[in-house]
Design a protein around this ligand. Structure first.
Ligand code: NAI
Length: 337
């Protein structure tokens, strides 16, 4: 069988450490993956004079699938975030974040087995960046909601629900106040829901959704949200299961998908062998499922879960004493076993 070629962007800081660890874990699954390594971020800027060199796009154009570690966005100098540029250039309109309890990890909700799939619209809303000063002391920021973008994120959420046999999709909004913009988003979600009659559909106002997520997170299944609420609610939800160091993420469009850890470059521990590769390994599991290596994806995911359940080889950020290598060895052992 032909190997799947995947673009690997190790990134900056702890990026290369968690990327190497993840590549070892993916190799252990036996999935036929061939990495094409390209640099983006601070190192690429220093060595090639560009934050996002052309070969990153050339590689993604060919492979269509990427796995990305965290990259530094230099402050000042007019640099745009690499993630924002990739999202725009490749039309990655879905931000997908599964929020799943890791067994044994101490959190406020560790007695629950949470599994919440979040679909955040990735291209518009207040992120359009259309702001201006109307008169001194008055600023206007435009919230753009379109039928096209709302329909395609709703479709992504429902298609996922159907594929994964999930029970319910919840649209989150503030249409009681923003009757036109969030109203349009809801209309598109309802229209899509009608095409998926086997999946339950409900709606929650965003403030109530936040309260419910903190009080009864187990009632949630699949969530679909416009960009800004999605940004906030997905971090809130990550906090329910141990935070951003744990949860994976994906940015997907019709032609490309980039899987990434959502944490940063952790400059305080970079190069010390202490980084926790969990988030990137979980992102790699999503990537494996995406390319059709579903068995390998399952084995990687359950190996990570087993290492947490065992609790003996965890890294410092989650209360353990192991380094990156010891954690990775444990994951690789579980994949083999
Ligand atoms: P950060 O996530 O890098 O660090 C926050 C804290 O979490 C630190 O104490 C760090 O040691 C810890 N941490 C993060 N990931 C960890 C891991 N895998 N294992 C163990 N500990 C971990 O956030 P910060 O400090 O705000 O940002 C640092 C740099 O990262 C900045 O240059 C920023 O631009 C970049 N960044 C990049 C992102 C991306 O490429 N997706 C996302 C967020 C930040």
């Amino acid at each position: 069988m032909m190997a799947h070629q995947i673009t690997l962007i190790p990134g900056d800081g702890i990026g290369p450490e968690v990327a190497d660890a993840t590549a070892l874990a993916v190799a252990a699954t036996g999935a036929s993956v061939e990495w094409e390594r390209v640099d983006a971020g601070a190192r690429a800027l220093a060595e090639q004079g560009q934050l996002l060199p052309d070969d990153v796009f050339a590689s993604l154009e060919m492979t269509r699938v990427g796995l990305k570690g965290p990259t530094t966005t230099p402050i000042g100098g007019g640099h745009q975030s690499i993630n924002v540029v990739l999202r725009k250039k490749l039309g990655l309109y879905v931000n997908f974040r599964p929020v799943i309890t890791l067994p044994g990890l101490k959190t406020r909700f560790d007695d629950l087995a949470l599994d919440i799939a979040i679909f955040r619209e990735n291209t518009e809303d207040l992120y359009a960046g259309l702001e201006h000063e109307v008169v001194p002391g008055v600023v206007e920021s435009l919230k753009i909601i379109t039928e096209n973008a709302s329909l395609r994120i709703a479709r992504a959420a429902f298609q996922f629900a159907r594929r994964e046999s999930r029970k319910k999709v919840t649209a989150i909004h503030k249409a009681n106040i923003m009757k036109l913009s969030d109203g349009l988003f809801l209309k598109c979600c309802r229209q899509t829901a009608a095409q998926f009659p086997e999946i339950a559909y409900n709606e929650l106002i965003v403030d109530n959704a936040c309260m419910q997520l903190v009080m009864r997170p187990q009632i949630f299944d699949v969530l679909v949200l416009p960009n800004l609420y999605g940004d906030i609610v997905s971090d809130l939800a990550a906090g329910l299961v141990g935070g951003l160091g744990i949860v994976p993420g994906a940015n997907m469009g019709d032609h490309h998908a980039i899987f990434e850890a959502v944490h940063g470059t952790a400059p305080d521990i970079a190069g010390k062998g202490l980084a926790n590769p969990t988030a990137l390994m979980q992102s790699a599991a999503l990537m494996l499922a995406h390319i059709g290596e579903r068995d390998a994806a399952k084995r990687l995911k359950s190996a990570v879960a087993s290492v947490y359940a065992e609790g003996k080889h965890l890294t410092g950020d989650v209360g353990g004493h192991a380094g990156t290598a010891e954690f990775t060895d444990a994951v690789v052992r579980h994949i083999g076993g």
